[in-house]
Write a protein that binds this ligand. Structure first.
Ligand SMILES: Cc1cc2nc3c(=O)[nH]c(=O)nc-3n(C[C@H](O)[C@H](O)[C@H](O)COP(=O)(O)OP(=O)(O)OC[C@H]3O[C@@H](n4cnc5c(N)ncnc54)[C@H](O)[C@@H]3O)c2cc1C
Length: 563
């Protein structure tokens, strides 16, 4: 058995993965990235609005940390939120020195726009293509450092021997031959899970793979019930209209032309935190004041010049996908599934409870976002905690380098699964096609595990996911070839999605309170006495087993949250 071997293996090549790889390489490790997409196609490249840091003399990292904690509805671990905010400025300056062309003020300093839930205009941006611009710069560093990239290698599982992470199993799409990849430390950086919902703002590849891989290998997933619905996504496609549109001064209107957010958040209006704005929009729509199941995002008063300079990409997207030119007309938007607050539980160095396994970025839960993430804090998390995880992984790899080769048996489980899929499909006795199950899953999550939840809806979701899991056992492939078998990858991803959805539903059903993005109609209040705690989901043959863990409070006792 030929085995590829490196000190540090990073799974995923978005901003978190690449930032981790850079730091591990700088710390002397031999680093490789395993990625199912070309790095530049990672979802980080779709980020529009910006990245937060307190740069202005009148702002402070403490204010940023407080806004983050308040935004999280007090579920964030405050030590982690402090690190995020404190390390932000240096990381932005480093990105700038690497060559990121941040939008500027007249005086040459980095321009910052106000974002939801923030007490200061602290979101740095490059027009509305922030993620794309930073991804380019970070990728340059990867090339410069000579990090090995296994591109279009789809990771199927984590290799754990004697309780220690030793590598991953990957499927190079080009050959279709399962391959073990050995590493002394593994950093999971596989991004989000938005595709569990339909519609979503997330790219097709955001299927929660790394979360499911870690979960199956014994790592706990934390706070999976918290899913962020972004207030401004396009009606049918779910494509995002950046929060920057409101940051630049855009209005939200109902069918009567009323700026309805004045009722729900009299101080911040459109720039309340995302959970608040999404609930308000859905309430307007449910009570008959929507337009076509949407509300209107109006930026006409900003004028064509500013729209082109700051919001050019979303002008194009709205024209192409909603047939609306935002210079002349408001565009219909509604809340859409956008960001997973939950993920693989880690400490502030990215270490998970499984020795040798680290995680960073959207697939991780440090936890800085708690029950609701602030816009601009996720890109920041990829950079700050990607860096930290890369450094810690390099250190771990140095201390735990094992010359011992992997045993022959590591491929068995994956090989058995692949062969049974192929055989069933050759015999033609399979059941549903993956798209059918995926469609039903997305729709069920949208309706029952959406902005407003209830015991009844969540119980039916639980039943449905169990039914889908059963049907998945006989899912049918049509492509039984080896080379670039995307049908096989889709089927495999669907298995991950079902596992992940199950943890989200179980967590949501158990949590009998409303906090941040998790709103229970039957338990409308936040209940700190019983629920100021993290949910931990562990994999068992019967489905997730839930445990609970403490929230770290440093400076800020929970208060009533208003905007
Ligand atoms: C449309 C949109 C706009 C956004 N705008 C903003 C914004 O303005 N500001 C902000 O702070 N946040 C924003 N976010 C959120 C933010 O962009 C993401 O949370 C963040 O970029 C995630 O980065 P990541 O590195 O964790 O994952 P990603 O960038 O998603 O990268 C994941 C990587 O993992 C790899 N991968 C996944 N599964 C496997 C597998 N099984 N095997 C091998 N490789 C795998 C992929 O190939 C990819 O390289 C936005 C998100 C979306 C969807």
């Amino acid at each position: 058995m030929t085995v590829i071997k490196h000190d540090v293996l990073v799974i995923g090549a978005g901003l978190a993965g690449m930032r981790a790889a850079i730091e591990a390489a700088r710390n002397g490790a031999d680093v490789a990235m395993v990625t199912k997409l070309h790095p530049m196609r990672s979802h980080s490249g779709a980020a529009q609005g910006g990245i937060n840091a307190a740069l202005d003399e009148e702002d402070s990292w403490e204010a940023h940390a407080f806004d983050t904690v308040k935004g999280s509805d007090y579920l964030a671990d405050q030590d982690a939120a402090e690190i995020l905010a404190r390390e932000a400025a240096d990381n932005i300056i480093e990105l700038e020195r690497m060559g990121t062309a941040f939008s500027r003020q007249e005086n040459g300093r980095i321009q910052q726009r106000p974002f939801g839930g923030a007490g200061f205009a602290r979101t740095c941006f490059i027009g509305d293509i922030t993620g794309q611009a930073i991804l380019h710069v970070i990728y340059e560093q990867i090339l410069k450092l000579g990090v090995t990239v296994y591109e279009e290698y789809y990771c199927t599982s984590l290799i754990v021997e004697d309780g220690v992470a030793r590598g991953v199993v990957a499927l190079p799409m080009m050959t279709g031959n399962l391959t073990p990849v050995q590493g002394s430390a593994i950093v999971m950086a596989t991004g989000g899970l938005g595709r569990v919902y339909s519609p979503t703002s997330n790219a097709l590849a955001c299927t929660g793979d790394g979360m499911a891989i870690a979960y199956r290998a014994g790592a706990p997933l934390q706070d999976m019930e918290f899913m962020q619905f972004h207030p401004t996504t396009l009606k049918d496609s779910g494509v995002l209209m950046t929060e920057g549109a409101r940051g630049e001064g855009g209005y939200l209107l109902n069918k009567d032309g009323e700026r309805f957010m004045e009722k729900y958040a009299p101080n911040k209006i459109e720039l309340a935190s995302r959970d608040v704005v999404s609930r308000a929009e859905q309430t307007e729509i449910d009570e008959g004041r929507g337009v076509d199941g949407c509300v209107l995002l109006d930026v006409r008063h900003l004028g064509e010049e500013k729209i082109n300079e700051r919001l050019g990409q979303i002008r194009d997207l709205a024209k192409d996908l909603a047939n609306t030119d935002i210079v002349y007309e408001p565009v219909k938007v509604r809340p859409g599934a956008h960001y997973a607050m939950g993920g693989i539980k880690t400490d502030v160095h990215g270490a998970s409870p499984v020795p040798g396994l680290f995680a960073a970025g959207e697939c991780a839960n440090v936890s800085v976002h708690g029950a609701n993430r602030l816009g601009g804090n996720s890109l920041l998390e990829t950079i700050v905690f990607g860096r930290r995880a890369g450094e810690a992984a390099a250190r771990y790899a140095k201390e735990h380098a094992s010359p011992q080769p992997l045993s022959e048996s590591v491929l068995q489980r994956d090989q058995a699964l692949m062969s049974s899929l192929m055989e069933r499909s050759h015999r033609g006795d399979g059941g549903d096609r993956p798209a059918v199950i995926r469609g039903e899953l997305g729709e069920m999550m949208h309706h029952q595990v959406g902005i407003f939840r209830s015991r009844e809806g969540l119980a039916s979701a639980l039943e449905k996911v169990r039914e889908l899991e059963k049907r998945y056992q006989s899912v049918r492939l049509e492509d039984t070839g080896k080379v670039f078998n995307m049908d096989l990858i889709t089927v495999h991803e669907l298995g991950f999605m079902l596992d992940i959805a199950h943890t989200m539903i179980s967590g949501a059903l158990a949590r009998e309170e409303s906090r941040g993005a998790h709103t229970r109609r039957d338990f409308p209040e936040r209940d700190d006495e019983h629920w100021l705690k993290h949910t931990l989901a562990y994999d068992t043959p019967e489905g997730p087993r839930l445990e609970y863990g403490p929230v770290t409070i440093t400076n800020w006792q929970p208060e009533v949250r208003t905007y």
